[in-house]
Design a protein around this ligand. Structure first.
Ligand SMILES: Cc1cc2nc3c(=O)[nH]c(=O)nc-3n(C[C@H](O)[C@H](O)[C@H](O)COP(=O)(O)OP(=O)(O)OC[C@H]3O[C@@H](n4cnc5c(N)ncnc54)[C@H](O)[C@@H]3O)c2cc1C
Length: 322
């Protein structure tokens, strides 16, 4: 197995779940991500003054035993914690931020960041992976692509059956507001009393391990609102969303000490693939992500695990046959 070179594209939960499993099975795995950090939509922003915001997933929860085992492993490594939320259900958050949840999975893996893949071509018996900017071309035997379906479709255009399946998957966008207020204020989190323009309001500073003296809020705009203002200027969107937050909680009337917005063009799946991954007829290319099975971290984990199992099974079948 050590001879098979595998490239995993995407260092989110799907990619790192798959890559870590293959590495532990003895495969030569390398991971590439266009971002500066790990975690993809398990995203955290840390300001110079130490304030933190999870502007992607707020927390994760699951009743999938395999994902629970992974989360407990992550917690045992100090990168996450189990917490009871306002509803009383157990939820997991990363420490010190949501992106930390994937950190233990990346241990020992060669991960190249700021490496945006622009093409994947099968040439003379191997994959050639091209990147934007300076990263040199990679040559591997197997590619596992774990980016959102619309982005994956652009990279696998040589496989019409894959592209047509990918084009059937839909995503909702999401504008996220990040706002900090000096000192403790009286914001009440919870999504129950939100105006319909907002789908979530999270008091980030109330999460474990975030204490900072300031109140940090993340608000997610609804899919309809996000779609309407998708191409608008970031700062204008932040101001508009702040007005929406103020309608929801009086405590946010103070002038924020920090205000920004983040646009997720592909935030959450609205129509999933309804199977755990796609593969090319020759079995040399796998495509997966949360969007295969749903719109949550547990679906990303399930897709990444299923691809790793399929690759290991194919390798062992080939071994037995040779
Ligand atoms: C606003 C928001 C709120 C959410 N709330 C929750 C929640 O409360 N609970 C929950 O369970 N889930 C939530 N989710 C969903 C959860 O974040 C995702 O299901 C999960 O993180 C998806 O993981 P993934 O690895 O499949 O994809 P991603 O995390 O998107 O990872 C894909 C990676 O591929 C990289 N990439 C893309 N294109 C390229 C390229 N060309 N070259 C190289 N790299 C590339 C990206 O940089 C990214 O790191 C939320 C998501 C958003 C956006």
């Amino acid at each position: 197995m050590a001879q098979m070179r595998v490239a995993v594209i995407g260092a989110g939960l799907t990619g790192l779940t798959c890559a870590s499993r293959l590495m532990r099975a003895g495969m030569d795995v390398r991971v590439f991500d266009k971002g500066r950090g790990l975690g993809g939509r398990l995203a955290s922003r840390r300001l110079e003054n130490g304030l933190r915001f999870d502007h992607g997933a707020t927390y994760v929860e699951t009743d999938d035993p395999a994902f629970l085992r992974t989360l407990e492993f992550v917690c045992a490594r100090g990168a996450g914690t189990r917490t009871a939320w306002e509803s009383g259900e157990a939820k997991y958050v990363g420490l010190p931020g949501m992106s930390s949840l994937v950190r233990p999975l990346a241990e020992g893996l060669p991960v190249t960041r700021r490496a945006q893949v622009t093409a994947i071509d099968w040439v003379q018996g191997e994959w050639r992976i091209s990147f934007e900017a300076d990263t040199v071309e990679e040559r591997v035997d197997l590619v596992i692509l774990t980016v959102p379906a619309p982005q994956a479709a652009k990279l696998v255009s040589a496989y019409p059956t894959l592209t047509s399946a990918l084009e059937a998957v839909d995503f909702d966008p999401c504008w996220a507001l990040l706002a900090a207020f000096d000192g403790a204020t009286t914001h009440s989190g919870g999504d129950a009393a939100l105006p319909e323009t907002l789908s979530k309001l999270s008091v980030e500073s109330d999460k474990p391990g975030r204490g900072s003296g300031a109140t940090c809020l993340v608000a997610h705009a609804s899919p309809d609102w996000s779609r309407e203002y998708l191409e608008d200027d970031r700062q204008a969107v932040a101001e508009r969303l702040l007005a929406e937050v103020r309608r929801a909680c009086a405590g946010a009337s103070a002038t924020p000490s920090y205000l920004s917005a983040h646009r997720w063009r592909y935030a959450r799946t609205s129509t999933s693939l309804a199977r755990p991954y796609l593969t090319s007829p020759d079995g040399r290319l796998f495509v997966g992500g949360d969007w295969c099975l749903g719109n949550s971290a547990e679906h990303a984990h399930a897709s990444g695990s299923a691809m790793a199992n399929a690759v290991l099974e194919a390798v062992s079948v080939r071994r037995r046959a040779s």
